[in-house]
Design a protein around this ligand. Structure first.
Ligand code: NA7
Length: 553
């Protein structure tokens, strides 16, 4: 067997989760290596370089919470950070904590196999290198494998075809005839940014979505000083909240308000901006009460009518489904349709019949000639990153086998049969602000590793003859040195996630949140909808109770 580089822990991916994992593992004193298929750090923010790409979490929270000095000193100029600035921030964190020395770029994990004899993971890289690791932390990205539209003739298009997550900076867009397929959060951002640049811009829209203003704009020195003075309090609130976006989370019932009060409440959050604020701050039941949800729908549709002058375009942009997807926000999306160079094609009335060399042909025979076709069609979320590689756990079981009946992971971080392997931003994590979710999951993973390491040292001390009375969990015997979740615990978590979506308005819409954006894929509860605070409380119980979900032999 080929020898390989030996490390205690291998982190795969150098995005938000991989960087934080690398930082904590190195602090724990373990030997750590982080491999990344891209040429640099950033993860999602390395790849998604399309015009207008920005986070829709407010800037003061789109950063790590754990470096308090950096929180207060690292600059941010606007309420929302654009992709180049997020990338710079992540590069800055890596430099500030001297993490680059652990990282190897242009190196993709192709396969990982658990070896019973050595109790290690054997990782094969795209470079041909072999790495042997006791712990494998996969931070491959939730939204990493691009999904192209399955439309006849796509490959025949003679212009430039670009997926937003694999942007090609060399393509000139100025004055070009540009078509965009997809109008989720990515589509809305790219369309808004390209409207003033394109000669002609057409949105080929299958399902209109609800979007609210983001409230983007420069921040004042006073605003920044106020945030800096309150960071401890802010993060305390965020980690104790349901969605972690720093917005108030109302418990008020929509239908108990009068029509005038409802409109006033919706108008207030519309004016303040932010999709999560709109969904969770005016009232507390938009995601659980259909009548309440319909009120929000009517309010946003009335705004579409107010903003868009052309009745045909306004009608096309009005959704028919409930407000039940990841909430979108924008920097003037509906407004772009008042421009003469921007049009919308409602595919629900006139579907694409095929893509031809010159552009897009619709079912009624209309041809839209295009120079550039942008696919903002999303991702093979979560599992996409795992299905393209071969990860084999105990008895040769692959992740493909393991997830064939649906995606699941205990506490979002571990799968049974995959010992000492952890997942960041895998299935069934909290549906909340992602940097915070990632931090919470990484901390849980580190608790697991720390626990196993403590047990190792107890056993090591005993076999060295040194006496030690302490046990990692205070029980009579040391706990496991290999962390492997039981199938019962994993299934229990998954069942719990399923039970939490019963009655949720979110189940009425088809999106990647329930794996419904991919034809033929089984509907799956991909998130834990119990709230970020409940997830964190559950992790605390799990760790203080000696990790009952993990095997003890
Ligand atoms: P999304 O939210 O999955 O959106 C994909 C969009 O692409 C959506 O509007 C789809 O319409 C559309 N789509 C996909 N396939 C087709 C075809 N064949 N024809 C027409 N339209 C199509 O991806 P995003 O990148 O916007 O956002 C993903 C996440 O990234 C987001 O939640 C943020 O957290 C960041 P559909 O609605 O399926 O009818």
């Amino acid at each position: 067997m080929t020898a390989g580089t030996n490390v205690d822990a291998l982190v795969v991916g150098a995005g938000l989760g991989g960087i934080y994992s690398t930082y904590l593992l190195s602090k724990m004193g373990l030997t750590v290596k982080c491999i990344e298929m891209a040429a640099d750090v950033g993860g999602t923010w390395y790849w998604n370089r399309y015009p207008g790409a920005m986070s829709d979490t407010e800037s003061y929270l789109y950063r790590y919470s754990w470096d308090k000095e950096d929180l207060q000193t690292y600059p941010w100029t606007h309420h929302y950070v654009y992709q180049p600035d997020i990338l710079k921030y992540l590069q800055h964190v890596v430099a500030r904590h001297d993490l680059r020395k652990y990282m190897q770029f242009n190196c993709e994990m192709k396969a990982a196999t658990w070896e019973e004899d050595s109790q290690r993971w054997r990782i094969t890289c795209s470079t041909g290198e072999i790495i042997l690791a006791r712990y494998l932390i996969n931070s491959l990205g939730l939204l990493s494998k691009a999904k192209y539209p399955d439309i006849k003739g796509l490959e025949t298009f003679k212009g430039k075809l670009i997926h937003t997550s694999n942007w090609d900076d060399s393509v000139s867009l100025e004055g070009k005839r540009i078509g965009v397929i997809g109008n989720g959060s990515t589509g809305v951002q790219v369309l808004t940014a390209l409207a003033p640049v394109a000669g002609k811009l057409v949105s080929f829209q299958r399902s209109p979505q609800y979007s609210v203003p983001s409230g983007q704009g420069p921040v004042t020195a006073e605003y920044r000083a106020d945030i800096n003075a309150r960071y401890d309090e802010i993060y305390k609130h965020v980690f104790n909240s349901n969605v972690g976006f720093g917005v108030p989370e109302s418990t008020r019932k929509t239908m108990e308000a009068t029509p005038a009060e409802r409109r006033e409440a919706f108008q207030k959050v519309w004016d303040q901006g932010n999709g999560f604020r709109f969904m969770f701050s005016a009232f507390g039941d938009l995601t659980t009460d259909i009548d309440a949800n319909k009120e929000a729908c009517e309010f946003i549709k009335s705004k579409i009518d107010e903003i868009i002058k052309d009745r045909r375009k306004a009608a096309a942009l009005k959704p028919t489904e409930l407000y039940a997807r990841r909430p979108l926000c924008d920097s003037g999306y509906y407004q772009i349709f008042n421009r003469d160079n921007v049009d919308i094609v409602a595919l629900r009335d006139n579907p694409i019949s095929e893509i031809i060399p010159a552009g897009i042909k619709l079912s009624d025979g209309t041809v839209h000639e295009l120079d550039v076709l942008i696919s903002a069609t999303g991702f093979e979320a979560i599992e996409g990153s795992y299905m393209r590689i071969c990860v084999k756990g105990r008895n040769g079981e692959t992740m493909q086998d393991h997830w064939k009946n649906g995606l699941k992971a205990y506490g979002a971080i571990a799968c049974s049969g995959f010992p000492n392997m952890f997942i960041v931003a895998g299935p069934q994590g909290a549906f909340a602000n992602f940097p915070i979710v990632i931090e919470s999951e990484v901390r849980f993973i580190m608790e697991c590793i720390n626990y196993a390491e403590s047990n190792r040292s107890i056993i090591g001390n005993r076999s060295n003859g040194s006496s030690t009375d302490g046990h990692a969990d205070g029980l009579d015997k040391p706990g496991p040195t290999i962390m492997e979740v039981t199938p019962e615990a994993e299934q229990g978590w998954s069942d719990h996630c399923d039970s939490l979506v019963v009655g949720s308005v979110f189940t009425t819409s088809k999106s990647w949140i329930f794996s419904q954006n991919i034809e033929g894929r089984k509907v799956n509860t991909n998130f834990f909808f119990g709230g970020l605070n409940a997830y964190i409380d559950w992790v605390k119980k799990e760790t203080s109770n000696g990790f009952p979900g993990f095997r003890r032999e």
